[in-house]
Design a protein around this ligand. Sequence first.
Ligand SMILES: *[C@@H]1O[C@H](CO)[C@@H](O)[C@H](O)[C@H]1NC(C)=O
Ligand SMILES: *[C@@H]1O[C@H](CO)[C@@H](O)[C@H](O)[C@H]1NC(C)=O
Ligand SMILES: *[C@@H]1O[C@H](CO)[C@@H](O)[C@H](O)[C@H]1NC(C)=O
Ligand SMILES: *[C@@H]1O[C@H](CO)[C@@H](O)[C@H](O)[C@H]1NC(C)=O
Ligand SMILES: *[C@@H]1O[C@H](CO)[C@@H](O)[C@H](O)[C@H]1NC(C)=O
Ligand SMILES: *[C@@H]1O[C@H](CO)[C@@H](O)[C@H](O)[C@H]1NC(C)=O
Length: 404
Amino acid sequence: MVFIFCLLLALDALLLVRHFTFRAAIVCEDYSPCVCEVYQPYGLIVHCGDANGDPRLSVSAHDVRNVFNRTTARHIYWLDLLSLSPETTESGDLIKIPADLLSDKTVDRIAVNCSTAAGPLRLEIHPEAFNSSIQHIGHFEVAGCDLSRLKFDFLANTSRLISLSISRSVRFQGFPPALPFVSRLKSLRIYECLDFQHWNEISVRFPQLESLFLDGTLLGDHSVNQLVSSIASSPTGNDTLQQLSLWENKLTRVPDHISSFKKLSYVNFFGNAIRHVPKGSFVFHAGIRVAFLILSKNSLRRIDPGAFQGDFSEASVYIDFNQLTRFDSGVYQNLLEQMHRSASADAGLYVHNNPFACSDCHLAWLIRDNRHLLSRVHGGKCSNGTRFEDLNPKHDDDYNCPSS
Ligand SMILES: *[C@@H]1O[C@H](CO)[C@@H](O)[C@H](O)[C@H]1NC(C)=O
Ligand SMILES: *[C@@H]1O[C@H](CO)[C@@H](O)[C@H](O)[C@H]1NC(C)=O
Ligand SMILES: *[C@@H]1O[C@H](CO)[C@@H](O)[C@H](O)[C@H]1NC(C)=O
Ligand SMILES: *[C@@H]1O[C@H](CO)[C@@H](O)[C@H](O)[C@H]1NC(C)=O
Ligand SMILES: *[C@@H]1O[C@H](CO)[C@@H](O)[C@H](O)[C@H]1NC(C)=O
Ligand SMILES: *[C@@H]1O[C@H](CO)[C@@H](O)[C@H](O)[C@H]1NC(C)=O
């Protein structure tokens, strides 16, 4: 009995080895009219469709189903469905993905893109469209779709889905109730969905969320403030959220409560219109190493001492493309010293394209007294074009300043 059990184990091991050797040597069979490529070490990527409306290249959902019924590779890493053509002329602007699209195949990542030269097509997905892969799908994304017909029930029974992205789409109605996968998502990205209004669901429905990217949604100060404070006071903000990105949201000020997030290490406010960063705006919690703090392309004129607090030893901090004239020790010295002490090559402060005033004494702390910190400041220039590195620390006129 024991012998047979061992033999079975050995056979299993052999099968595993064969499986892996087979995977290592994986090649594309004929997926036409789709196109296949090998993406080492992950597996196959299959692209179906064409956005340019060339009828010779047009692929319908039924063509895709035939492809997977015919081909033999059991597992696809990434399936990319790009502007599938509507089945019949009656279906007009509607892409309908039928049941059992993948035959018996499994897929890790699925992307559906509905954009055409004529605008977004409506997307409808049968609840059993991906049923062979329901235990496998880890990431799903839609782009350029009219989502008025999309219920997310085709994802309802997924067990590994952790990442969802919805971009450049219209008529996104939010997530219907009773979708268990929602509470397991770790990453949610909503990008350039200008009519997105369902931000108030986020704090209650995504208790495991680690990354929230709500970019290009133009929500404005009021909505963002409510969103951020509701997440900050929820278990998500307390226990899980690490990355928060809100670029291009018409913010004119830093949302309150950023400092309440306990796990946050990545903040991106690129492309807003924030003018002033008050003291305590970004206080990262003890035990958290800041990875990125991005305030590029805002309208920053003033940053107060103590605006940035926490462990910045490995951080990349971007305040480039703003209107800053001052570079005060109370804002930056502590950050730069942490970066200087750490061995991390990436840690740095990126300040390109700000009209810093160098003709008064306020830079003496850096140029004269702490030159060793200059190597962590990237792109510092005076309003007259002289680089920080080229300022002469001994120049009497410039740095005949009182000691700091
Ligand atoms: C969707 O397709 C359009 C047209 O090809 C393309 O411009 C766009 O980048 C695609 N979006 C994504 C997220 O892949
Ligand atoms: C798959 O292929 C088999 C054999 O070629 C065929 O009988 C069957 O109808 C096909 N199924 C689908 C869903 O197209
Ligand atoms: C999901 O699973 C439940 C329970 O097994 C089942 O009743 C339901 O029909 C399934 N939903 C879909 C869309 O497959
Ligand atoms: C998926 O759904 C199709 C059509 O409803 C069905 O024929 C097939 O057996 C289902 N497959 C799995 C794995 O549930
Ligand atoms: C946040 O976590 C702390 C323990 O780490 C706990 O005492 C507190 O009640 C939590 N707050 C919320 C809003 O979950
Ligand atoms: C720019 O200003 C600084 C500080 O006043 C001065 O040292 C430098 O020579 C000036 N550069 C030019 C090109 O005028």
